[in-house]
Design a protein. Sequence first.
Length: 90
Amino acid sequence: MGAPFYENGSFVKLREISVTYTWADAFVQQKLGLASIDLRVGGRNLATSTKYTGANPEPSLGGADSPSMGVDWFSNPEPRSFVFAVTLNR
């Protein structure tokens, strides 16, 4: 019977970041007839820093109360995603 393999699963993750710019100058108000325009750019799961050799340092599918906490099986990394939004305020 083999001995269990333990590995340090600590990590730092840039989970989410977003930036919003509000454009409310005379052009927007007089020419377009709007109070302002909000431009937003955001991203999720942009970077993970870890020495963990598995696919995902957050492997538990059952959550913190699961008896399988920390068991690395059937777990894929969260997908990276981006969002771009334009809001027209009247």
